[in-house]
Ligand binder design. Sequence first.
Ligand SMILES: *[C@@H]1O[C@H](CO)[C@@H](O)[C@H](O)[C@H]1NC(C)=O
Ligand SMILES: *[C@@H]1O[C@H](CO)[C@@H](O)[C@H](O)[C@H]1NC(C)=O
Length: 314
Amino acid sequence: MALQRRGNVKTADTSTIEKQSKRVITQTSSYRGYTALLLAFIGTCALLTWICSVWTNDITETMVSRGEILTQPRVFMVQCSEDYQKYKHFPDVLSSGCTPTKCGRAVSDSVVTADEAQTLKRLAEKGLALGGSDGGASILDLHSGALSMGKKFINIYRYFNKQIRDIFTEDDFKLYRAVRSRIQRVIAETFGLDSSNLYLTKPTFFSRINSTGAKTAHDEYWHPHIDKVTYGSFDYTSLLYLTDYDVDFGGGRFIFMDPNSNQTVEPRAGRVSFFSSGSENLHHVEKVAWGTRYAITVSFTCDPDYAIADPSLP
Ligand SMILES: *[C@@H]1O[C@H](CO)[C@@H](O)[C@H](O)[C@H]1NC(C)=O
Ligand SMILES: *[C@@H]1O[C@H](CO)[C@@H](O)[C@H](O)[C@H]1NC(C)=O
């Protein structure tokens, strides 16, 4: 009995093992099924992600990120628009001319040092502290003296007269001129021009932007626009950034808008971006989401009639 029982037990054991191994086999084959399904799923996801990334890269490309430091200008040439045909060409001789025949956009981090950017930012802070727009965007134009004040502008040179010397120094203005002339040179080199054919033009100004909403049309900096259309005199536009994207402020990236893609420049203190001012460089600035963004717009014309002088203290 005892033996038999043991035998029976054995039989039971064996059949259990058989059943279990059968179950294992069935499970393994269903695992294979799952694995195949999972692989197919992962494959599809990967393919979709790839298609998506190719698609989004096509839509928005970072031309220069904030973290990068460019020792040489990064240049993208684009075909010139017909905008320039509507204007007189300068100078008449085409060799080493000025009116854009080569168009494009470029960014360089080696035109202005971090220290210089810091000094210019302090200059902007001191000047803009004298006024400021009710909305989120204020400007200070050292050439004309225009400063945002509430919903209007005042002329700091008229308003403060000689007392403005308590705020700005000769050294501030010397640095401003030096930086302007270096930007002019890098534009001339990049577009193959004679630097002396380029003239500073207006408006050339400091800007301070935060996330406060617009109160007047002057505060609406984010609309897509073409500089040559907005200001007929512009032929080359440059921007010198004085604060860092993602560190000092969020949003506020500069975006070149092409028919099927966008190219983004992330501001970095001391970074200069410059471009031909026609429709080939339609652009806008994203709304600033937080923090404060400081920059200087420095504009150049080929038409001596629109030239302005460097600013000087009264
Ligand atoms: C470019 O950016 C603008 C605004 O940021 C957006 O409306 C437009 O759809 C973008 N264009 C492309 C092709 O992604
Ligand atoms: C933005 O700047 C204005 C001055 O132009 C100031 O009144 C406002 O409080 C600032 N907003 C923020 C969110 O810091």
